[in-house]
Design a protein. Structure first.
Lengths: 274, 271
């Protein structure tokens, strides 16, 4: 009995959150059917194309179609490589600069300039260095994600509570202990916030760099479908990118909630992280 | 000479810490030297990385070239329009959606769904709908910045201190007074943050659209030079764009401090 009631309550809550989205999708459906625009198909046709394109595989391959493995996997691999690279470099360099003040001051103007260059403007350079290879996409993703992670890590290390750091100093903690049980935990909310911002950037750059030049991947798929005037298929790729974004964001929200449960500012921080 | 008392002893030879700006300048100089050595030693091909001296010469050349400056104006024009359109619509809408509690949840579901679509994915469709001109750039850029501005305005209103609202009500303030005296001032910092973030995003989207298909703007100039295999001009153009981005970022940063000084004190965060 109570389980039914719980389920009902859950449904009501979901409806409270989602009714406007549903209304807007219905409006889209109706208007697009009326207008019969070639470029913006009704939402239902996009969903059909989405299922056909990405989810028509057999159970053995998780219902994911060959198309998915052929076009989404290269994209995700580039995303993972670029993002992983940015995380590794950003966290290490951010900590070093945060601890070693002179180096921080030395590189500060360069970092500010690097942050301000819209990273997509580096596409023409990246293509000269790498040609049309995955390296081009990966390097662009890595560079775009690097700055938020680096700067957030730096800010996190510099923003450590001085009471905590001086206490640690007076307790003569070994460098290792200091690093593992004071510095890293103290900076982690900020580091994770930077990583969360960057995953969104990574997704955008993945699409842009593949639109610019690639021989496989989601962005490439979008360009191909546009040339073939197959717009439901094109929109299905856009829908997939959106779902990936939602998935990554949800994963990070979960990570923040479980990994940073102890942190008093973590909740407020995650709200603002976008 | 008045000196600060230094710890005595031969080890602590008194040296004042080098000021940060000296270190910063040294960093920039070092970058140019390393860059020069990289090219000179042949570690990086001259086709992909020009000499820094050449790049700076081209920088000066571009900055005095009226044609190039005209393209910069084109880019900035698209940026200005998209910022105006997005903020004029999104700020009031966000305030309204944040103010009415029944609308807040469903609206935030819509916003989160919509903003998870990168606007660049719409580029092929936007080109077909709006052509290759300013309209296409503006439409993409508006889509990209509309949601963060809206979301920040919504959050800002929601963050209004309930205690202050109750206090206002108990003093018999009307809706209008509550809105102008409590809700708006407490929402202003969040709105300013949203606009600052949006200003950088809008520039990136406009430039991306220019790289990927538009017919006017700095992005198209850089693509042209790349196709003509003039990396020195490409790097100079990118430096100019970087400086432009920096100006916009710090412009908004200082405007924010000036207009909503209580925002930083309130949250005590720099970013």
């Amino acid at each position: 009995m109570s389980r039914v009631r719980g389920l009902l309550r859950g449904l009501v809550r979901a409806a409270q959150w989602l009714w406007l989205l549903a209304v807007l999708l219905v409006v889209w459906e109706v208007v697009a059917r009326q207008a019969e625009s070639l470029f913006i198909p009704p939402f239902s046709r996009i969903v059909v194309a989405f299922v056909d394109n990405w989810l028509s595989g057999d159970p053995a391959s998780l219902f994911l179609s060959d198309q998915f493995w052929a076009d989404v996997l290269p994209s995700l691999a580039r995303l993972a490589a670029g993002y992983g690279l940015a995380c590794a470099i950003g966290v290490v360099v951010g900590i070093v600069l945060g601890v070693w003040h002179q180096a921080g001051a030395f590189l500060n103007p360069l970092i500010r300039l690097g942050m301000s260059v819209p990273v997509t403007m580096l596409l023409p350079i990246a293509i000269v260095f790498f040609g049309i290879t995955s390296g081009m996409n990966v390097s662009l993703i890595a560079l775009g994600c690097l700055w938020p992670i680096l700067v957030n890590t730096y800010d996190g290390v510099r923003g450590l509570d001085t009471v905590v750091t001086t206490t640690a100093l007076s307790m003569r903690l070994s460098r290792r202990r200091y690093f593992l049980s004071v510095l890293l935990p103290g900076a982690s909310p900020s580091i994770i916030a930077g990583m969360r911002i960057s995953i969104g950037i990574a997704l955008v750059l993945m699409v842009i760099s593949e639109l610019y030049a690639a021989t496989s991947g989601l962005g490439f798929y979008i360009v191909e479908q546009q040339k073939l005037f197959r717009f439901p298929e094109l929109w299905s790729a856009i829908l997939l990118v959106a779902l990936l974004g939602i998935l990554f964001n949800a994963a990070f929200a979960l990570l923040e909630r479980s990994a940073l449960r102890w942190h008093r500012g973590a909740k407020a921080g995650s709200e603002r992280a976008s | 000479m008045t000196t600060v008392a230094q710890p005595a002893g031969p080890v602590a030879q008194a040296r004042r810490p080098t000021p940060t700006w000296v270190l910063g300048t040294a960093g920039v100089v070092t970058m140019f030297v390393v860059w020069d050595l990289l090219v000179r030693s042949g570690a990086v091909s001259r086709d992909s990385l020009p000499y820094p001296g050449d790049t700076l010469a081209r920088l000066a050349e571009l900055l005095t070239d009226p044609l190039f400056l005209g393209q910069v104006v084109q880019t900035l024009w698209a940026w200005v329009i998209s910022m105006l359109v997005a903020s004029v619509v999104a700020v009031p809408l966000g305030l309204a959606l944040g103010y009415f509690a029944t609308l807040y949840r469903p609206a935030s579901a819509v916003v989160h769904a919509a903003r998870s679509v990168p606007s660049s994915a719409f580029l092929p469709v936007a080109i077909l709908l709006f052509g290759l001109g300013t309209q296409m750039k503006v439409s993409l850029s508006v889509y990209a910045v509309f949601w963060p501005i809206l979301l920040n305005a919504m959050y800002g209103v929601r963050d209004a201190e309930p205690l202050m609202l109750t206090a206002g009500r108990s003093m018999g303030w009307g809706q209008r007074r509550l809105l102008t005296r409590i809700v708006l001032p407490s929402a202003a910092p969040a709105i300013a943050t949203g606009l600052r973030v949006a200003s950088s995003t809008a520039l990136i989207v406009v430039l991306s659209a220019e790289l990927l298909g538009a017919t006017s703007g700095v992005g198209t100039v850089i693509t042209t030079y790349q196709e003509a295999q003039r990396p020195d001009y490409v790097y100079a153009g990118i430096l100019i764009v970087g400086i432009l981005g920096m100006l916009i970022y710090y412009g908004f940063h200082f405007a924010e401090r000036l207009l909503v000084p209580w925002g930083h004190a309130q949250r005590g965060e720099g970013r």
